[in-house]
Design a protein around this ligand. Structure first.
Ligand code: FE
Ligand code: FE
Length: 327
């Protein structure tokens, strides 16, 4: 594992990996950086996040950045984005609550401080995803009810089964390292590439939503790399736990297979595609990834690319942790 962007000492400026302009993309950062709980403690976070990533962007983007009108009025783009944000906001809320257990069970001060900061990060993600709905035609007095309505199906079919697994491990079995593994690999590792795709595909239609994703992605680099470092370090010190953790991974992957995530992502990509077809002129030559114009992509292609990114990232992370057999 190489470390191309060494984090700066606290107080010596904003570390590059948390700096809005210098941070790598989520996928690049999560694959190439190595961050540990000893580095990413509370001092690090207080310097890097409020003064770095979030400076001037408490709601996730510069106040002058706003969605295009075609996203704010009823239509396929509005439906795709409001569904996505409502769902993501509920996912982040569930993560926040579950991380309370990780903070409680953390075996030392470094991991306790790290999870306390991740808890705030996830609570912020829930807030900014939800808040952005106010810019997409949803009235503030209907905000929570709308999030509920838009996310209910996917929440019950996808998020609740994942949450049940997390709560069994953390709340019932009080298994700190198992909980870190479930969160890092099964929840964040699988969802992170979808977040990167989201940032890239909304960049033109809704630059504010893309910036919200960018900020959450910068946090996510830290969550994925530090979570992986915790598992790696644990396995180096307790190799006898490897079999048990591999079994937990198998159980988690078997659960994922049963969740209707492809159906959910496809539904949103198809709505997005209708928007692309109606408003292709707005996209110009914007490239969703190098060499590929967003205007030329289709729902299936974007979905498959997200899957491929997820698989590559899982491989790299699991190998780093010493759990490559899980794939
Ligand atoms: Fe998050
Ligand atoms: Fe996260």
């Amino acid at each position: 594992m190489t470390t191309p962007i060494p984090p700066a000492a606290p107080g010596a400026g904003i570390p590059a990996e948390a700096d809005w302009d210098r941070a790598p993309s989520l996928l690049d950062g999560a694959e190439s950086l190595e961050l540990t709980p000893a580095v990413c403690d509370l001092k690090y976070w207080l310097n890097a996040v409020p003064h770095g990533t979030l400076r001037g962007r408490v709601l996730g983007h510069d106040p002058n950045v706003a969605p295009l009108e075609v996203v704010t009025r009823p239509g396929p783009l509005n439906s795709a984005l409001t569904q996505e944000l409502a769902y993501r906001s509920v996912a982040e809320e569930k993560a926040t609550r579950a991380i309370g257990y990780l903070t409680a069970l953390a075996p030392d001060n470094d991991t306790m401080e790290f999870y306390a900061t991740q808890l705030i990060d996830e609570a912020r993600h829930a807030m900014v995803f939800r808040n952005h709905l106010l810019h997409l035609g949803i009235a503030s007095h209907e905000l929570f009810a709308t999030v509920d309505r838009l996310s209910a199906d996917d929440r019950d079919r996808i998020l609740v089964p994942l949450e049940d697994l997390g709560l069994r491990v953390l709340r019932d079995e009080r298994d700190f390292i198992g909980g870190v593994l479930v969160l890092t690999v099964l929840v964040e590792g699988v969802l992170a590439p979808a977040a990167e795709l989201s940032e890239r595909k909304w960049r033109i239609f809704d630059p504010a939503a893309a910036d919200i994703e960018r900020g959450a992605g910068i946090d996510e680099i830290r969550h994925l790399t530090v979570g992986s470092a915790i598992v790696r370090d644990h396995l180096l010190r307790h190799p006898q736990d490897k079999g048990r953790l591999l079994e937990l991974m198998q159980e988690g992957y078997a659960l994922w297979e049963k969740l209707p995530t492809t159906e959910q992502l496809m539904r949103r990509e198809e709505l997005f595609q209708q928007g692309v077809e109606e408003h292709r002129d707005l996209l110009g030559d914007y490239e969703i990834w190098p060499g590929r114009r967003l205007a030329d992509t289709g729902a299936q292609e974007r979905l498959e690319t997200g899957h491929a990114w997820a698989e590559r990232m899982q491989r790299t992370r699991l190998a780093y942790m010493g759990l490559q057999e899980a794939m």
